[in-house]
Write a protein that binds this ligand. Structure first.
Ligand code: MN
Length: 241
């Protein structure tokens, strides 16, 4: 996908995440630059449902804006760069305050996949607590040290929660990161409902691995087409994995 198409795809991803309730006025999605892996693309600070191609900015992995002009970047851009620095497989990163994940980040109850569509979240979702290393803060990841500490915590995982704040999702493409973000919210909501009913039989580790291995372009593009329609956006050319 060329740069112009990728920027349109990133706009679409923002609109979908807003339409599906994963982001509200806050939260963001980035993509690694297709021509320079040491840079990433992310909107200026704006509510995701309002974002246009003209809002997209280029950043160095340490969060330095490279073409800002008079545009104001997101304070929490360090989440994205910190992950891209240490995860060559990460092509897209989502940060959100997805409502149903919040209780898991503050209770110590582990968020784990329980629906086949949700295997993409990984075997278990860990919680990064800003207080462990940084003490009392506004809980925002507002500098490169915090971004790198979070990335170290995430390690090879696909998802993580931020205590009292939200979640981070890592994808192999924009469509993959959007898919996992939406199903992370779905899983969290279902898990709370199931916990109220009794003991849960989660997906087994082997089931999670089997489903992840089968989650490719067919699944991602089928969901993407539907979400594009709901967000009133064209599907675009990407049939990426
Ligand atoms: Mn945030």
């Amino acid at each position: 996908m060329n740069l112009d198409a990728l920027l349109e795809e990133l706009v679409t991803a923002n609109r979908i995440l807003a339409t599906e309730g994963v982001v509200d006025s806050f939260g963001h999605i980035s993509v690694r630059h297709p021509e320079n892996p040491q840079q990433f693309l992310l909107s200026r600070a704006r509510a995701p449902d309002c974002i246009e191609v003209e809002d997209m900015m280029t950043f160095a992995l340490d969060g330095t804006p490279l073409d800002a002009g008079d545009r104001k970047p997101y304070l929490e851009r360090f989440i994205h760069g910190g992950i891209y620095e240490v995860r060559p497989d990460a092509m897209s990163v989502v940060h959100n305050h997805s409502p149903s994940v919040i209780p898991f980040g503050i209770t110590g109850k582990k968020l784990r996949p329980l629906l086949h569509m949700c295997a993409s979240i990984g075997h278990e979702v860990g919680t990064w607590d800003s207080q462990d290393k940084f003490g009392d803060t506004a809980l925002l990841i507002e500098n490169v040290e915090m971004g790198r500490d979070l990335a170290r915590f995430i390690g090879p995982q696909r998802t993580a929660l931020l205590r009292g704040h939200g979640a981070v999702v890592i994808g192999a493409s924009i469509r993959h990161a959007v898919f996992t973000s939406i199903y992370l919210e779905v899983n969290a909501k279902l898990q709370m409902q199931a916990m109220a009913m009794g003991d849960i039989k989660f997906l087994s580790p082997g089931e999670v691995d089997t489903i992840i291995a089968r989650t490719g372009p067919y699944t991602l593009n089928r969901a993407w087409e539907n979400w594009c329609r709901r967000a009133d956006r064209p599907m675009g050319p990407g049939a990426e994995s």
